[in-house]
Design a protein around this ligand. Structure first.
Ligand code: AFP
Length: 336
C-alpha cells in the first residue's frame, strides 16, 4: 500500500500549539468527520430513497427547507448529544440553539459550542451540485448561562473552524490556528486521509464568484468591482466567472486556485445595505480558514473576524479569498 498518509484521527491527536487542546480537537472534529461521512453517504443515494425535494417546513430565515436540510441538521443534533465537552449546538436550521446540559462543565474545565450550516448550498440538492457542511468551534465562557452572549464575540475568538465539501470527492478542511490542513475521504478505507498540510492560498487568482444577477441591488462600490473584474484592460483585469450556488464550494476554489467570492449587501427599501450570508456559521469560519491560509475575509469595510454579532443568526456582507482581490474589493467599497 506504499507509505500511507496519516488518517484524520492520528493527525488530530498529533497536533501541537493548536487553539484547542489536541484531545478536544480530535473529539470534536472527529465527530464532525463522522457527520460528513454519513451526509456524503445520504447525498449519494437521496434521489433513489425519496430524500430530495422540500420538507414543507421553513427555517428561522423564512427559507423553505429541503428534506436534506432537516436530515443533515438531525445528524449534527444526534452526534453531539453524547459528545462531552460540547454543550451547545447552533445551527442555520434551528431558531433556538440546542443546549446539552449534561455536557456542560462551566464550573471546572472548558466546554465548547459548535456552530454549523449543516448543508450549505442546499439549493443544489435536486441538481446534484456541490454542497458542504460549515463549522465553527468556540470555547464557552466559564460559568456561562444558557444565554449566548459569550458566543457573539468576534470571529477571532473561534478555536477551530472549517468545512466538509461534498463534491466528486468528499473533503474535510480545518484550522485550529496553526495553518490549514485538508483531508480526502477514501471510501476504500472509510477514513479521511491527509492530502495537503499547511495549505497556502494563492495571493491572487483568475476567478471571481458572485450572483451577478443581483448587480443592481448592490452598492456602487460592488457594482464597480464587477466592472473592473470584467474590464479586460490587461491580464490583471481578465477574470473568469465561476458561481455554483454553494459558498463552501466557491470558497474552496479560491483556496486552491485563488480568486474572490463575494456576496455584497443588498440595498433594501429602507436604503440600508443588508448581507445574505450568516456571520457566525458561514462568514466567520471560512474567514478563519482564509486568513490561516494567507488569504483575507472582509465585510467590505474591514476584517470579518473583528465583527461582533448582535444575534446568532446575524447576516453580513462578505468579500473573501486571495489577499490581492479582497484588498481591491475594499478599495472599490470605500468609494461608495
Ligand atoms: P443555501 O444553503 O440556503 O442554499 O444558501 C446558500 C448560500 O448561503 C451560499 O452558499 C450561496 O453562495 C448563496 O447562499 C447563494 O445565494 P443566491 O441563490 O442568492 O445566489
Amino acid at each position: 500500500m506504499g507509505n500511507q498518509a496519516p488518517i484524520l484521527y492520528d493527525h488530530l491527536h498529533s497536533r501541537k500549539k493548536t487553539l484547542m487542546p489536541a484531545a478536544d480537537l480530535a473529539l470534536v472534529i472527529g465527530r464532525i468527520a463522522l457527520a460528513g461521512k454519513l451526509i456524503a453517504g445520504e447525498l449519494a443515494r437521496a434521489s433513489i430513497v425519496g430524500g430530495l425535494g422540500f420538507s414543507g417546513n421553513s427555517n428561522v430565515h423564512g427559507e423553505e427547507q429541503k428534506k436534506l436540510d432537516d436530515w443533515t441538521n438531525e445528524v449534527f443534533l444526534k452526534l453531539f448529544e453524547n459528545c462531552d465537552p460540547v454543550c451547545s449546538l447552533i445551527s442555520e436550521e434551528m431558531e433556538i440553539p440546542k443546549h446539552y446540559e449534561r455536557n456542560c462543565h462551566s464550573r471546572d474545565h472548558a466546554s465548547y459550542a459548535v456552530l454549523v450550516d449543516p448543508l450549505d448550498g442546499s439549493s443544489n440538492t435536486d441538481t446534484n451540485g456541490s454542497m458542504g457542511s460549515i463549522f465553527s468551534i468556540r470555547k464557552r465562557a466559564p460559568r456561562h448561562s444558557s444565554e449566548l452572549k459569550d458566543l457573539l464575540g468576534p470571529g477571532s475568538q473561534q478555536v477551530a473552524a472549517g468545512y466538509v465539501l461534498y463534491g466528486p470527492a468528499t473533503q474535510l478542511i480545518y484550522t485550529s490556528g496553526t495553518g490549514v490542513d485538508m483531508f480526502t475521504f477514501d471510501p476504500l478505507m472509510a477514513e479521511f486521509v491527509l492530502w495537503k498540510e499547511n495549505l497556502k492560498m494563492p495571493p491572487r487568482g483568475p476567478y471571481y464568484s458572485c450572483n451577478q444577477g443581483n448587480l443592481t441591488k448592490w452598492n456602487p462600490g460592488a457594482q464597480n468591482l464587477v466592472r473592473h473584474l470584467t474590464s479586460r484592460k490587461n491580464k490583471n483585469t481578465s477574470y473568469s466567472m465561476r458561481y455554483c450556488g454553494a459558498f463552501v464550494a466557491d470558497f474552496h476554489r479560491c483556496l486552491i486556485d485563488g480568486g474572490i467570492y463575494f456576496y455584497p449587501g443588498e440595498i433594501g427599501a429602507d436604503g440600508k445595505s443588508k448581507g445574505k450570508l450568516r456571520l457566525l456559521y458561514e462568514c466567520a469560519p471560512l474567514g478563519m480558514v482564509a486568513e490561516q491560509a494567507g488569504g483575507r475575509a472582509s465585510n467590505g469595510k474591514g476584517r470579518i473576524l473583528e465583527v461582533v454579532a448582535k444575534d446568532i443568526h446575524d447576516r453580513e456582507p462578505v468579500y473573501i479569498g486571495s489577499a490581492t482581490e479582497v484588498a481591491m474589493a475594499e478599495e472599490f467599497r470605500a468609494e461608495g
